[in-house]
Design a protein around this ligand. Structure first.
Ligand SMILES: C[S@@+](CC[C@H](N)C(=O)[O-])C[C@H]1O[C@@H](n2cnc3c(N)ncnc32)[C@H](O)[C@@H]1O
Length: 447
């Protein structure tokens, strides 16, 4: 036995699923299939070293297969590893040029997928309550070259005060008992107990109520979990729509192997057949539940009160000089400063000022004594044509650079800040001086 399911767990699912329970238990013993997504925000984004011969039919960017976390495709944000079932969640949200809240967002699989679908338009608010996890979320947003996201670290309750009726779409990818992930992460079985399932259901209820409060009339709420537990899925949704009759469950397109939600597990609410379940004995992915709901009423846009904290004239001149020397054009807009850091904002809405913001849009760099120094986040959004100079590293130079070493080269460059690429993918700035590329790869990313 690879996964040590408890007797309580087995008894519960035998009661709920009858004869089918055995096939579920057997599926939990089988190795899960890995998958990854391409990132359409990148230049030539399909140009990756991995085979793209097993596309996932319900995902615009997903493929079955393994990726290597040390590969250039991963480091430069061309690929993101994601379990196949989880990929469908962002597709169900279907975000457009609008205000989207991902309320439980770390480590960022769904946020980065939402950003891929938004293609740089609209505002993506990626919130995570746990600070350590929020920082991982922020680094994934950076790696994937996302410009239109603000990453915040607050509790759902903290957000309510500022965002009543604000968002067009909200995703609650809730913290759950994780039963659907047992086969991918067998260790997690040890945390399971009937009481833990109840605790999760109770926490989810509060998160859902916060989401309801922040959703605009006519807005869409998508709720998802990676657990089988009816308490956390159908039952929670049935009670939620009872508390908030303005919410209507709406159908989700189902692909092969996807099943209807079970009304008998949720107060016999027949609308739950419109929700979606993925069980690993019938579906090529881990266990998941998704429900989509719409809030009654006509959409009206929340008024935005703006703030700005502009760089000084002299700082602007450092930035202009940097751009003139190193870039082919100046496409920046909406820039603002936080301490010495310069950002291109995802939002100037005042409401975010009170929150714990980890990044608002794109960090461009920072002002040092009498100059501007660019940040890697900016590089991860650039294309080779945006830069005056790009240097393609060979295999040895790439390994050295990732270690934090400088690299000697034959070429001469007339400018100082050059784009470094490997296998045609930009992944870092390099500081050129006298036939040497000085290492500026962030210490935390070195290998
Ligand atoms: C299932 S995970 C989210 C996964 C993420 N959406 C992704 O696709 O990468 C749930 C997240 O909810 C967070 N969380 C825990 N308690 C919470 C609470 N009371 N309110 C909001 N989020 C909470 C956890 O820290 C965790 O990061």
């Amino acid at each position: 036995m690879r996964v040590n399911l408890s007797e309580d767990f087995k008894t519960k699912y035998k009661e709920l699923l009858g004869d089918r329970a055995e096939s579920l238990f057997q599926a939990i013993e089988v190795d899960s299939k890995n998958a990854f997504r391409l990132n359409p925000l990148k230049n030539n984004y399909q140009n990756v070293q991995y085979k793209l011969d097993q596309p996932i039919e319900y995902s615009k960017f997903g493929y079955f297969g393994d990726i290597d976390g040390n590969s250039i495709d991963h480091l430069s944000g061309y690929v993101y590893s994601q379990e196949p079932s989880a990929m469908y969640v962002a597709e169900v949200v279907d975000p457009k040029d609008e205000k989207v809240l991902d309320l439980c967002a770390a480590p960022g699989s769904k946020t980065t997928y939402l950003a891929s679908l938004m293609g740089g338009s609209g505002l993506l608010v990626s919130n995570e309550i746990n600070n350590k996890r929020a920082r991982v979320l922020s680094s994934n947003v950076e790696r994937m070259g996302i410009k239109n996201a603000i990453v915040i670290n607050n509790s759902p309750k903290d957000l309510e005060g500022s965002f009543e009726g604000y968002f067009d779409k909200i995703l609650v990818d809730a913290p759950c008992s994780g039963e659907g992930m047992f086969r991918k992460d067998p260790e997690s079985v040890q945390y399971w107990s009937p009481e833990y399932v109840e605790q999760c259901a109770n926490r989810q209820k509060h998160i859902l109520d916060s989401a309801f409060f922040m959703l605009k009339d006519g807005g869409t709420l998508v709720y998802s979990t990676c657990t089988f537990a009816p308490e956390e899925n159908e039952n929670n949704i049935a009670e939620f729509v009872k508390r908030h009759p303005e919410m209507e469950i709406v159908p989700i397109k189902k692909y092969s192997g996807m099943e209807d939600g079970r009304p008998e597990w949720g107060h016999d609410n027949q609308d739950l057949t419109k929700a979606l379940r993925m069980f690993p004995d019938k579906f090529d992915g881990e266990g998941h539940f998704i429900c989509k709901m719409i809030k009654a009423g006509v959409e009206k846009s929340a008024k935005i009160r703006t703030f700005k904290n502009q760089p000084t004239k002299i700082e602007m001149s450092y930035l202009d000089k940097f751009i003139k020397q190193n870039l082919t054009s100046n496409n920046l807009s909406e820039i603002f400063k936080v301490k010495e850091d310069l950002y291109q904002a995802a939002t100037f809405d005042n409401r975010f000022k009170k929150l714990h913001v980890l990044r608002n849009g794109l960090k461009l760099g920072e002002f040092k004594k009498n100059r501007f120094e660019p940040s890697i986040s900016w590089m991860l959004t650039l294309k080779p044509d945006d830069l005056k100079s790009v240097y393609e590293l060979d295999d040895d130079q790439f390994i050295k650079y990732l270690h934090g070493e400088s690299v000697l080269i034959e070429n001469d460059f007339s400018n100082k800040w050059i784009g470094l690429s490997y296998q045609g993918k930009l992944f870092s700035w390099g500081r050129y001086s006298n036939k040497q590329i000085k290492n500026v790869y962030p210490k935390g990313l070195r290998k």
